[in-house]
Design a binder for this molecule. Structure first.
Ligand code: GLC
Ligand code: CA
Length: 554
């Protein structure tokens, strides 16, 4: 195991995280699927430790554990080993060593709410009502008259209950029936989770992304989830997905979930004070409830370090909605630390959402700049730094079980998981040396000319990461909203005597913003479409973006 020297306990507050979806990053052995050796070979692109590369500080790896891949690795059949598709444990150790030698940190994804149904624990559990693991998953008696135990639904479609002949009982699955939920109320299960966490801590990881961190506990009385009124506007707009019409307050988001998080945090801290956690808080359809819950998960020092929600991952990305999400979070988060992303492996590519929403690619570039100016740790999804677009999947190409279940109303998540386009002029866009890739390697990257290096979006992201690094106020300064209307979003970031003013024009017309005479243009960088100071006003061109610095120290 490799330990980084000189790390501050809260390195993660000033870090920029990059999410890698291992199946799609780089396929070193040319079998059509990305792998760990592939990631190791491309680290210099992310950060070579000498000031070159994109300049990110940490990588979050989506799951690479042994898995039958029903949900592409989010169905784990051995938590302590690497799936042969991705490589070996040695490859993982090499990746950690290579990353650490470049000062890059590694976060791994822990899927602790459910396992694969072929995990030996579930195989044993399902075999009888009295085996040693009989109570490791959530088993419920078959109600009379053929009814289901309650109205809980699977996120991926249909009831969350699957009948098992061997036991004559139902088991619960929040996601696929091949992903049975653990019974976290069983102390043996919690001890098994501790072992998994400790194993990866000892491998030298610097953090964990916790999959579905609000799903571990469920209502012990199995009460029905209430339905939202028909007028309710869902946060995640997925056509036809029945799950979204329920408030799943009994199947997840339970108060006891805090105990699960405490146990996870204690285990991690026993290994190292430097290891961080990011929880995924998913599936809540009411913005206020979602931000309240996510904030409460990061209060104090016993729960998570960070949590991300889907509040910026849906279709509503405009000045007002972003301002509301940031404002409400600031109000709720107290001593907790925010964490932001505009893209991940579960949602439509932000480039495509941005264009659908505002019709301009310039607006997309501004989202990346904004993300790197927010208070809170930013996560960049692989390819977003190139402007990768959502791939429009055809029925015959579908891989994602979520898409297969709801096609064509909701096409699933394949469109944001396509191979990384390393070189548009090579076979499979340089993802491998020619073997057909698991999803089409035909990204349309309109912003890319000859390769990643000439890509203006990449250049902008790299420069903005540098600006963030050079400005402590951007990393850990306070946040104060100044303006939020449909055209302009502006805020200040302040740390000690450093003050920055960030303004973004969301419209296709010039905008004038009163800023007073405190400010001068940022000497560090003139972004494309930079605004101009004119007396007390800042003139922002269409889709303009400016960072101003205070003339005088506070
Ligand atoms: C999380 C993951 C998603 C996965 C699901 C079930 O939401 O991000 O990809 O399908 O959990 O594990
Ligand atoms: Ca491979």
């Amino acid at each position: 195991m490799t330990i980084l020297s000189d790390i501050s306990a809260d390195w993660w507050k000033s870090a920029v995280i990059y999410q890698v979806y291992p199946r799609s990053f780089y396929d070193a052995n040319n079998d059509g699927i990305g792998d760990l050796k592939g990631i190791s070979s491309k680290l210099d692109y992310l950060n070579d430790g000498k000031g070159n590369g994109l300049g990110v500080d940490a990588i979050w790896l989506s799951p690479f554990y042994k898995s039958p891949m029903k949900d592409f690795g989010y169905d784990v059949s051995d938590y302590l080993d690497v799936d042969p598709i991705f490589g070996t444990l040695d490859d993982f150790e090499e990746l950690v060593a290579q990353a650490h030698s470049r000062d890059l940190k590694i976060l791994v994804d822990l899927v602790l709410n459910h396992s694969s149904d072929i995990h030996p624990w579930f195989q044993e559990s399902r075999s009888s009502r009295d085996n040693p693991k009989a109570d490791w998953y959530l088993w419920v008696e078959k109600p009379e008259h053929g009814a289901l135990p309650n109205n809980w639904l699977s996120v991926f479609g249909g009831p969350a209950w699957e009948y098992c002949e061997e036991r004559g009982q139902y088991y619960y699955h929040s996601f696929l029936k091949e992903q049975p939920d653990f019974n976290w109320y069983n102390p043996e299960v919690r001890a098994a989770m501790e072992e998994i966490i400790t194993f990866w801590c000892r491998k030298g990881v610097d953090g964990f992304r916790l999959d579905t961190a609000n799903f571990y506990a469920h209502d012990q009385q199995l009460r029905d989830n209430p339905k939202y009124p028909a007028s309710h506007k869902a946060l995640e707009e997925r056509d036809g997905v029945e799950y979204d019409s329920f408030n799943s307050c009994y199947s997840k988001d339970r108060p006891e979930n805090f105990d699960c998080l405490k146990m996870i945090r204690r285990t991690i801290e026993t290994c190292s004070p430097h290891i961080t956690t990011i929880g995924e808080i998913g599936g809540i359809q009411d913005l206020d409830d979602l931000l309240k819950l996510a904030s409460s998960y990061v209060h104090g020092s016993e729960h998570l370090h960070m949590a991300y929600t889907f509040s910026l991952l849906g279709s509503r990305i405009n000045s007002m909605d972003i301002a509301v999400v940031l404002g409400k979070t600031e109000k709720e988060i107290g001593d907790g630390w925010p964490c932001w992303s505009f893209g991940n492996h579960d949602c439509v590519r932000v480039r495509t959402r941005a264009e659908n929403s505002m019709g301009m690619v310039d607006f997309y570039q501004n989202l990346m700049l904004l993300l790197l100016c927010f208070r809170g740790t930013p996560i960049i999804y692989y390819g977003d730094e190139l402007g990768m677009e959502e791939y429009r999947i055809n029925k015959e190409e579908l891989q994602d079980p979520f898409g297969i279940a709801y096609w064509p109303d909701y096409p699933g998540r394949d469109g944001c998981r396509t191979p990384f386009p390393w070189d548009l002029h090579r076979a499979n866009q340089g993802f491998n040396s020619g073997q057909k890739s698991w999803l089409p390697a035909t990204s349309s990257v309109a912003l890319m000319k000859n390769g990643i290096i000439d890509n203006p979006m990449h250049e902008l992201t790299r420069e903005m990461i540098n600006v963030r690094r050079s400005q402590p106020a951007l990393q850990t300064g306070d946040y104060n909203q100044i303006a939020a209307n449909p055209s302009v979003f502006a805020f200040q970031r302040t740390l000690d005597n450093e003050r920055l003013f960030i303004a973004c024009n969301f419209s296709d017309s010039e905008q004038e913003l009163f800023v007073g005479d405190d400010w001068q243009e940022n000497p560090l960088k003139h972004f494309t479409r930079n605004g101009e100071l004119d007396g007390l006003l800042l003139n922002l061109p269409p889709y303009g973006f400016s960072i101003l610095v205070a003339k005088q120290l506070l």
